[in-house]
Ligand binder design. Structure first.
Ligand code: PMV
Length: 365
């Protein structure tokens, strides 16, 4: 008998223009558009295997080897319902011989190769991998899609499904530079991810992940966002008067490979996101003293670089946790790593690879 199983993986994405706030908490519709870079290396990824079998008596999920409860009407169920609907309407209703996978229970096992829920965007890669794995199981996508065998569901359509799991997950369905358009329809059908530019457009752009603390974060993004939407006046200003201009400007910077503008906007938006968290009642603090020292170092490096060369060297950004992501161009990677490692020597117990090993064991030139 045929085995119906698919394994796919999806990387983490790190936002330069932050998504923070939902206008619809069930459909996960954001209060503003956002933009991110999907990481292309293998260090921060979720890998998911899905299997459908008529003999399965219930649908089950394992996360990092541990079975999880599937909440009725919860995020996983909502994603699964949409994917089943796509399978039924686009394949089973059209091809009478196609197996009725949409009627079978499935088993899903997902692994992260990095700490979960530590402000390293694990829900983004997790729900993106889950969506693409079930989509592959159902024959909805071919990755990469080719003109010979185009996908039955496009990455943007699948991003609508991943969004139902975790907002930022919709952006991990694409590589490179990705925008999540907030949309305006109550149904959410226009709240999807689109590619701004593939990674190959700007291959010299690097993201350095500085793990300040990999423990589970204090305030989840879901409850943090809700509190911010309910209490922050600054958020309303950000939604109306800041993000729309920033989205346009950063898309232009990416298209023109203008690192200075990209860096300025990225740092300003990270700072405003954390200001909005502070403007929440009670306030939310995601950064710690180490995070703030990293900001000071990068600001100082940029000040000196601007004086000497007229250009910026790097951009920091922080999500809902203390870990820093530093964007820089390839020619500056070695200098930035050396400085960060000098100020923050790696802990003996650090489970992450030596930063230079990321470059094949050699220090980048
Ligand atoms: O998708 P969530 O619920 O994990 O929220 C992500 C929020 C930020 O990481 C802080 C910003 C973003 O756009 O990714």
């Amino acid at each position: 008998m045929a085995v119906y199983q698919a394994t796919t993986s999806a990387p983490v994405n790190i936002a330069c223009i932050k998504y923070w706030g939902k206008r619809d908490t069930t459909l996960i519709l954001p209060t503003n558009s956002s933009l991110s870079v999907t990481l292309s290396q293998d260090h921060l990824r979720s890998t998911t295997t899905s299997r459908a079998d008529p003999a399965f008596t219930e649908t089950k999920l394992w996360l990092n080897g541990k079975e999880e409860d599937i909440k009725s009407g919860g995020r996983l169920e909502r994603c699964l319902k949409e994917l089943k609907k796509m399978r039924k309407e686009r394949i089973e209703d059209k091809e009478p011989n196609a197996p009725k996978l949409s009627e079978w229970n499935i088993h899903v096992a997902s692994y992260n190769n990095f700490p979960t829920a530590a402000g390293l965007a694990s829900s983004a890669s997790g729900f993106a991998a889950l969506t693409s794995s079930i989509a592959a199981l159902y024959g909805l996508n071919t990755f990469p899609s080719s003109s010979a065998k185009p996908s039955i569901a496009s990455p943007s359509e699948l991003s609508l499904v991943a969004r139902l799991g975790s907002g930022s997950a919709c952006r991990s369905l694409f590589g490179g530079f990705v925008a999540w358009e907030a949309g305006s329809l109550p149904s959410g059908t226009d709240s999807l991810a689109v590619e701004v530019a593939p990674q190959s457009h700007w291959p010299t752009m690097h993201a350095l992940i500085c793990v300040v603390n990999d423990a589970k974060k204090g305030t989840s993004s879901t409850s943090g966002m809700q509190r911010t939407v309910e209490t922050s006046a600054l958020l309303q200003h950000r939604i109306k008067h800041v993000v729309p201009q920033r989205m346009e400007a950063i898309i232009k910077a990416i298209k023109e490979k203008d690192f200075d503008s990209f860096a300025k906007i990225t740092m300003a938006d990270s700072n405003q996101f954390h200001a909005v968290a502070l403007d929440t009642a009670p306030p939310i603090f995601y950064m710690n003293d180490v995070s703030r020292s990293i900001i000071s170092i990068i600001e100082e490096l940029n000040r000196v670089s601007l004086e000497k060369t007229g250009h910026l060297l790097a951009a920091y950004t922080f999500d809902a946790g203390p870990n820093a992501v530093i964007y820089t161009e390839e020619k500056n990677v070695k200098q930035i790593i050396e400085i960060i490692v000098r100020y923050f020597p790696q802990a003996e117990s650090n489970p992450f690879p030596d930063p230079f090993k990321l470059f094949g064991g050699k220090q980048p030139a």
